[in-house]
Design a protein around this ligand. Structure first.
Ligand SMILES: [Zn+2]
Length: 70
């Protein structure tokens, strides 16, 4: 009645299934999810491990100070 026929945004060929709206199948829902997660997880992966290096440097400084006290 509305005229606009809804289609799956991933494969753009099939109608959305009731269980996987707005996707046509679990396969297309998984594709969308992995795209979304892929974009999210790629951000921390490129960042350098600054925090780890800082902790290591602090530990080393503490050890040297203790050795100097003894
Ligand atoms: Zn689809």
């Amino acid at each position: 009645m509305a005229g606009a026929k809804k289609i799956c945004p991933i494969c753009k060929s099939k109608e959305p299934a009731q269980a996987y709206r707005p996707f046509c199948s679990k396969r297309c829902a998984d594709v969308d999810l992995s795209r979304w997660l892929g974009g999210k997880y790629s951000i921390p992966a490129v960042e350098p491990p600054d925090e780890y290096e800082l902790m290591e440097a602090m530990e080393r400084a503490n050890r040297e100070r203790q050795q100097a006290d003894e």
